[in-house]
Design a protein around this ligand. Structure first.
Ligand code: ADP
Ligand code: MG
Length: 287
């Protein structure tokens, strides 16, 4: 039978906006020593703003239009920002052959032109030479008919409680915090530095994130648990692989909420430490 205090614990967590899908996760949470984070949408708001457009010969507006149309069907935070900066309804009748390459970007045909919108790896995969951008921010490269057309520089912001959430985890007895991201090294290092996360791995594909989590699972103590926290865009596999998968409920994808063991209804990372504290208290009552 399930001790009564577990119900109290689950109830207490839900009052904080933390949905725990079973009493076993509450127990696991109390043993958590490693917390691994995704970056975009988890520690950052996942709301990018276009801060610059650098183009070859096409005009600025044209580049943004190709990018927004290529991204018609994507729900990635980068895609959302490009469509917002474009400002007009995307006419999907102009778009065909769309292919979203998880962790890399999107290719399509827009007005008959072959488009590729994404990171350096995407450009390399289609054999397009790209310009290295020295500004701080996430770079979205654009190629048209196999020719480099320029890049759009976008920037995200930390969530209001991001830094506080790492400090609270340390106080709750978490030994190690790690950030995993598909974004570029310079952006990842800057964000991790600002938050006080000591271990950071960048430029990862969704499969690489699973591999890193497996390595960390092997490294931690036998009775210790590892939690992965993500917004779920591209990270449902890693949410399932961790001892405890924690997903963002508001911005996160349905697939992530499905794959997760715990859901943060308001996307606030500070709630992770709160949930751990509740779990520790309720375990103390049980044993
Ligand atoms: P994170 O690990 O930070 O949550 P993702 O794994 O979702 O990031 O994406 C990794 C990288 O792949 C992004 O930083 C971006 O460069 C590229 N990317 C992914 N999806 C898209 C998209 N729809 N449009 C443009 N670039 C994308
Ligand atoms: Mg993400």
């Amino acid at each position: 039978s399930i001790p009564l205090s577990f119900f109290a614990g689950i109830g207490g967590a839900s009052k904080e906006g933390v949905l725990v899908k079973g009493s076993n996760y509450l127990e696991a949470l109390s043993q958590t020593k490693y917390v691994v984070f995704d970056k975009t949408g988890t520690m950052t708001q996942g709301v990018f703003e276009v801060i610059g457009i650098h183009h070859n010969k096409e005009e600025e507006k044209k580049i943004l239009e190709y990018a927004a149309l290529t991204e018609s069907y994507s729900s990635h935070p980068i895609s959302v920002s490009l469509k917002k900066a474009y400002g007009k309804e995307v006419d999907t009748g102009r778009v065909s052959d769309v292919q979203e390459i998880s962790g890399n970007g999107v290719t399509a045909r827009v007005d008959g032109v072959l488009t590729a919108v994404g990171n350096a790896k995407l450009m390399e995969s289609i054999g397009v030479e790209y310009k290295v951008c020295h500004h701080l921010g996430t770079v979205v490269h654009i190629a048209l008919d196999g020719q480099y057309a320029g890049h759009i520089l976008i920037s995200d912001r930390l969530k209001p409680h991001a830094k506080e959430s790492i400090e609270a985890l340390k106080r709750a007895g978490i030994k190690k915090t790690v950030m995993l991201t598909g974004d570029m090294k310079k952006v990842a290092d800057q964000v991790a530095g600002e938050l006080g996360i000591s271990e950071v791995y960048s430029e990862l594909l969704p499969g690489d994130k699973v591999e890193k989590v497996e390595k960390l699972l092997g490294e931690k103590g036998e009775k210790e648990k590892l939690a992965f926290v993500g917004d779920g865009i591209n990270d449902a596999p890693v949410l399932s692989r961790a001892d405890i998968g924690i997903a963002m409920g508001a911005l996160g994808s349905d697939a992530a909420i499905e794959a997760a063991d715990i859901v943060l209804m308001d996307d606030d990372p500070l709630k992770i430490a709160k949930a751990i504290k509740i779990s520790q208290k309720c375990i103390r009552i049980v044993y």
